[in-house]
Design a protein around this ligand. Structure first.
Ligand SMILES: [Zn+2]
Length: 257
């Protein structure tokens, strides 16, 4: 298949979730080297290494790579001295010396969702943007000036162990309703992205988006709310991810949530 953006006949291995981000998650879960390309076939939702070599040429992949890299740079600041988690206020704040590009974080969320939608990978087939696929493509490749409505939250655990496990959560987009609006939600190593997948602007979601509330602590900061790992509706599935499993396995059954 030619590149789905520009039509170039030569396509490349495009990651659905950026490889560097997935590596960061693996680094947290184990000291051993794990192959990114060895998906756990039993739990199809949570592979870290999906590449699709039929969706993008290397030039178009590189356009989205800018957003992937920025999101990965932010991901690396989680759990470091650059991050403040205020559990009482239910807020987190990440400060990056070189600044945070909130638009790029929104475009990263949209790019993951678009790549998942267009991928013909069997395990990702359930997720589709349907009629909004072309709209989202124009946004992520900047053929439209629109910035997608994307919310970024922080997944935190109640205990040290579940907090560590939350940092390794990885799940591909699923469609859910948030405040009555369809969004795609995915987990990216301690961050949760909610990407609005319908076109009508929603004032409530816009107010909490990464480009508004996310920027409220200044251009060098990413601000957002906390989500409890233990309270995730799909906790059972998240726990089945091999990286989360590895963290939890250290307690060897002594731990139940
Ligand atoms: Zn292309």
């Amino acid at each position: 298949m030619p590149c789905l953006n520009c039509g170039s006949a030569v396509t490349c291995e495009a990651h659905i979730i950026p490889k560097k981000g997935a590596r960061e998650i693996i680094k947290r879960s184990t000291r051993k080297t794990l192959s990114l390309l060895a998906p756990n076939r039993v739990h199809n939702f949570m592979q870290s290494g999906f590449v699709d070599n039929e969706i993008l040429c290397s030039r178009c992949d590189g356009v989205l790579g800018v957003y992937d890299n920025h999101a990965t740079q932010i991901l690396r600041l989680l759990g470091t001295e650059h991050e403040v988690i205020d559990r009482q206020a239910n807020r987190f704040k990440i400060t990056r010396g070189k600044g945070v590009n909130h638009e790029h974080l929104a475009l990263f969320g949209a790019a993951v969702v678009w790549r998942t939608s267009v991928s013909k990978y069997r395990e990702l087939a359930e997720f589709t943007l349907g009629n909004n696929e072309a709209w989202m493509r124009k946004i992520v490749f900047r053929q439209s000036n629109e910035i997608p409505t994307v919310l970024v939250a922080r997944l935190v655990g109640r205990t040290a162990l579940t907090h560590e496990a939350a940092m390794t959560a990885l799940m591909y987009p699923v469609r859910i309703k948030m405040r009555g609006i369809w969004v795609a939600r995915f987990y990216f190593g301690g961050l949760i992205f909610f990407v609005q997948t319908t076109r009508a602007a929603d004032a409530s979601l816009c107010a909490d988006a990464v480009t508004t509330f996310g920027r409220s602590a200044g251009p060098a900061c990413l601000a957002g709310v906390l989500y409890r790992f233990e309270e995730l509706a799909d906790l059972r599935q998240v726990r089945q991810s091999k990286h989360v499993q590895q963290v939890l396995a250290r307690r060897d059954g002594a731990f139940n949530i």
